[in-house]
Design a protein around this ligand. Structure first.
Ligand SMILES: Nc1ncnc2c1ncn2[C@@H]1O[C@H](COP(=O)(O)OP(=O)(O)OP(=O)(O)O)[C@@H](O)[C@H]1O
Ligand SMILES: *[C@@H]1O[C@H](CO)[C@@H](O)[C@H](O)[C@H]1NC(C)=O
Length: 452
């Protein structure tokens, strides 16, 4: 009898326990959305953070060593985990998804071979050549003299990139020949990026507006996510050093429906088919960094990331109305064909709060108050935690550079922005800062100076 009843439930929806790997704002947003998935039974997060566990969005497993695949597999067996969702790129590049899949555990995230789309710019560029994916014209070099003679032929402006992962610092957009020569010397002669810079890509400078594009991929099929755009620079007006992202909004008007179709046809599908043909099927999120070229109006691929962007993930997750666990499980099983996603109408915005000093050095352990008040100040406000812990008195303290993502939805971007900033203003954290102009490129110009 009990068996029959269970079988009946299973027919309605297959319910799974999910383990999310990571502990930032992106993972908090994923846990929060999985938690409200009808087909999700329980959510675990390793290592997670204080905000994820306190909000009840997941059970955090701080002491699970995510760099040890055997330990992760043992945890999955013990707790009956039906799917692992890997947030950050490092465990993917290290091969966590390979090991989990080999052991029969459905895993959302690419193999280490497929993660080379992000891990090696040379691999990405060669795939573009072979499958006619639009990207900047380029050549790869290991010899500094050859690189410089190519640069001289091409002229400035020109772009010099370290082949491997260099924490966002391995790209020099050189406006003069000398800047480009210096970049070559620092990578190929002085080895400032170590092995990541022992091969360089020299590529054509593209002029236009940048945009991000996200697609879910199951190895053979891909479906687009809603558009979202982040702000990478630390200062208002998009100035100052690069960061992991100081805020984001969705939708992003720069990506019109027509452009989205063009990106799927000319960039995403050829990549997915190409990867399958090369024997390294891609499963997970493809995050394409694009330049909408001024001279042609067409998108060209600048770079791939093999996971959700953070903070873009936070605005996408609050807008997603589909059952996330079911969709990600379909991707793991190669069953995305025919799946379509539902999104809340209107807009969402996230304003990132960071420790004073970030992206340079900053203090750790500063106390943050009024987080609950922030979520009550306006409808739909949700605070995602990226780098927090609890101190001995039960206060939240900041433990990272980017610390909180204050997210809100609204009927339009203006309403989403007003709610997000109302939330931000409630938070009492003297050692933190935030940008006051998130979304400015997408808002009517007369409204951009009035925030917060
Ligand atoms: N061909 C190009 N023409 C013009 N600008 C470029 C070009 N390639 C890169 N850039 C600029 O450099 C930035 C960083 O380049 P890219 O995204 O390839 O490097 P990355 O180190 O992987 O970046 P991140 O980790 O910050 O996303 C881009 O966002 C873009 O602004
Ligand atoms: C990895 O995890 C397994 C299983 O928990 C454990 O036996 C092993 O010692 C761990 N290895 C390392 C290097 O920590």
């Amino acid at each position: 009898m009990a068996w029959k009843f269970r079988k009946f439930c299973v027919l309605l929806v297959e319910r799974v326990a999910v383990l999310v790997i990571g502990g930032g704002g992106r993972e908090h947003a994923l846990c929060h959305t999985l938690k409200r998935s009808p087909s999700c039974d329980a959510v675990f997060c390793a290592p997670g953070n204080a905000g994820i566990s306190t909000s009840g969005d997941a059970t955090c497993i701080e002491d699970l060593d995510i760099s040890n695949s055997s330990a992760v597999i043992a945890f999955c067996r013990k707790w009956g985990i039906g799917m692992v969702v890997v947030g950050p790129e490092a465990p993917l590049v290290a091969g966590l998804a390979n090991d989990l899949v080999k052991d029969g555990i459905p895993t959302f995230g690419p193999s280490s071979e497929a993660a080379a789309l992000e891990g090696s710019k040379d691999f990405m560029k060669r795939l573009c050549d072979k499958y006619a994916i639009p990207t900047a014209k380029y050549q790869t070099f290991t010899d500094p003299l050859d690189a410089k003679s190519y640069i001289k032929d091409q002229g400035a402006p020109i772009v010099v990139k370290a082949d491997g992962l260099a924490a966002g610092k391995g790209v020099i957009v050189a406006m003069t020949l000398d800047e480009a020569y210096d970049a070559v010397d620092s990578m190929l002669v002085k080895n400032v990026f170590g092995s990541a810079g022992c091969r360089v890509i020299v590529e054509e400078y593209l002029e236009g507006e940048e945009a991000s594009f996200f697609a879910l991929v199951d190895g053979e099929n891909a479906i687009p996510l809603e558009s979202a755009q982040d702000h990478k620079r630390v200062g208002d007006g998009d100035v100052g050093p690069n960061t992991g992202g100081m805020g984001a909004y969705s939708p992003a008007p720069v990506l019109t429906k027509d452009l989205q179709d063009i990106v799927m046809e000319t960039i995403i599908f050829p990549t997915v088919r190409g990867m399958a043909a090369e024997g390294c099927k891609f499963v997970g999120v493809l995050y394409a960094g694009l330049m909408i070229e001024k001279k042609s109006g067409l998108p060209k691929l600048i770079e791939y990331n093999v996971r959700f962007g953070d903070p873009e993930c936070q605005v996408l997750m609050v807008r997603l109305e589909s059952d996330l666990a079911q969709v990600l499980l379909a991707a793991c099983k190669g069953q995305l064909a025919g799946v379509s996603l539902e999104w809340s109408p209107g807009s969402a915005m996230v304003v990132v709060m960071a420790s004073e000093g970030y992206p340079g050095s900053y203090k750790k352990g500063t106390v943050i108050k009024n987080l609950e008040e922030a979520e009550q100040v306006a409808p739909t406000v949700k605070v995602f935690h990226a780098g927090t812990a609890l101190d001995a008195d039960g206060n939240f303290i900041a433990t990272g550079g980017r610390v909180l993502g204050v997210t809100a939805k609204g009927a339009d971007l203006l309403e989403a922005r007003d709610r997000a900033y109302q939330g931000v203003k409630q938070i009492n954290w003297p050692a933190g800062f935030y940008r006051r102009d998130i979304g400015w490129r997408a808002l009517p110009s007369e409204t951009t100076t009035t925030t917060a």
